[in-house]
Design a binder for this molecule. Structure first.
Ligand SMILES: *Cc1c(COP(=O)(O)O)cnc(C)c1O
Length: 398
């Protein structure tokens, strides 16, 4: 009787959950959310203390831009809030269609498909292009959403060492006769470096594999007019037939997209389960993303300022003897190694007024816990100096 009582069931689950929590605690891998308040790109409030945010992906400082806010409000007045259904039922609105057309023109691709998030966009692409008998070749440091997408696809997943082109070549040479997808982040989210896209494109073409680039951190930030890492590398839509990106980072919005040929997008509309079986993005968000796209295209000064900040930050770190990973993106990680030490360092910085989140396993490899510092066009150079001084003080480099 006892074994079947609801109390007993709860007890069992609680015990299991407690054991898991204790495990995390022991390894300094427990995670907590913080409530963040504010509508400024970098000056925020958390636990009532003012902090400078060095852990957001709002690279161009657009998330609180008045144009985006106004578009969202105006469109909500017109269209309401929820889209009310999935895109294939009745959730697809004029604002979605216009945003898709404008993004396609911006990215110089035939067509774009709006998705509700980058995670879902990557699932859509991977699971509808590869299945049983196919091979997905990924860089070891690909984003979690790409790994999960490959697992869900039933294709064979083959991972190569980070940016190791010789290894990619070997994997391509041994791939069988099904579809072969070569999948990579454009800019790696935890290391900040850029994939060798030109070589990857050449190898993929040579072996008749399809190159899929997830440029979540590149679009808006790098390349002419912010077209991203693929445009920066001068690659065409033939060389990179599938491009995914998010509207949640440099665009300061929410949602994501896949860009490619008309045939590709039609295929996804028909077969991508993560597109078909989820509610379409609120139309007002699409309107807001259209305003963001105009700022991305027109405001070269945001990218110029961000580039100057990256140079300033790297120069300042070098002068203080602080080692950063090799990165020319706004992601500037400092590897500490031990999770506990990284957490302590982050706590110290928070006391000094700087919010830098400690990245620990499984987000990064074991033994490579790090401060993942991200820069934004909303920062000022002297704020970067302040952060570097605080890190130098904490690590004995002052
Ligand atoms: C953030 C990120 C995603 C997920 O995008 P969302 O729109 O936040 O779901 C996908 N890929 C990479 C490389 C990312 O950094």
């Amino acid at each position: 009787m006892m074994a079947d009582s609801p109390d007993h069931q709860t007890g069992l689950m609680d015990r299991w959950l407690d054991a898991r929590a204790a495990d995390r605690q022991k390894q300094h891998l427990e995670r907590h959310r913080r409530v963040v308040i504010g509508n400024h790109p970098v000056e925020i409030l958390s636990n009532e203390s003012p902090l400078l945010n060095f852990s957001s992906n709002d690279y161009l400082g657009l998330a609180s831009h008045p144009d985006l806010v106004r578009s969202l409000k105006d469109a909500a007045d017109c269209h309401g809030v929820g889209s009310g259904a999935s895109a294939l039922v009745t959730g697809y609105r004029r604002e979605h269609q216009l945003l898709e057309q404008e993004l396609a023109e911006f990215l110089q691709r035939e067509k774009v498909l709006l998705c509700s998030s980058g995670y879902l966009a990557n699932l859509a692409v991977t699971t509808s292009l590869a299945g049983k008998g196919d091979v997905i070749i990924q860089d070891k440091l690909c984003h979690a959403s790409l790994i999960d997408a490959a697992r869900l696809s039933d294709a064979e997943l083959s991972r190569y060492g980070h940016v190791d082109m010789a290894a990619l070549k070997r994997r391509l040479a041994s791939a069988n006769q099904g579809n072969t997808l070569v999948v990579s982040d454009g800019v790696f989210s935890m290391d900040g470096d850029t994939a060798p896209l030109k070589e990857m494109a050449a190898l993929s073409m040579e072996h008749k594999a399809w190159l899929v680039v997830d440029d979540a951190h590149g679009i808006g930030v790098s390349g002419p007019r912010g077209r991203g890492s693929v445009a920066a590398a001068g690659l065409s839509s033939e060389e990179v037939p599938v491009l995914t990106g998010t509207l949640g980072k440099a665009f300061g919005c929410f949602g994501a997209f896949v860009a490619g040929s008309e045939k590709l997008i039609d295929h996804l509309v028909n077969e991508a389960r993560s597109y078909i079986y989820t509610t379409a993005m609120p139309p007002a968000l699409a309107a807001s993303a259209r305003a963001a796209l105009r700022r991305v295209i027109e405001d070269d000064w945001r990218r110029d300022h961000l580039k100057a900040l990256i140079r300033h930050f790297r120069g300042g770190a070098k002068r203080r003897g602080l080692a950063l990973m090799a990165s020319d993106s706004p992601i500037q990680p400092m590897v500490i190694g031990d999770s506990r030490v990284t957490l302590e360092l982050a706590a110290f910085l928070q006391q000094k007024g700087y919010l830098v989140v400690a990245m620990r396993p499984p987000t990064v490899r074991k033994g490579t816990s790090r401060l993942r510092i991200t820069l934004s066009a909303g920062h000022r150079a002297e704020q970067l100096d302040g952060l570097l001084d605080a890190i130098a003080l904490a690590t004995g480099h002052a």
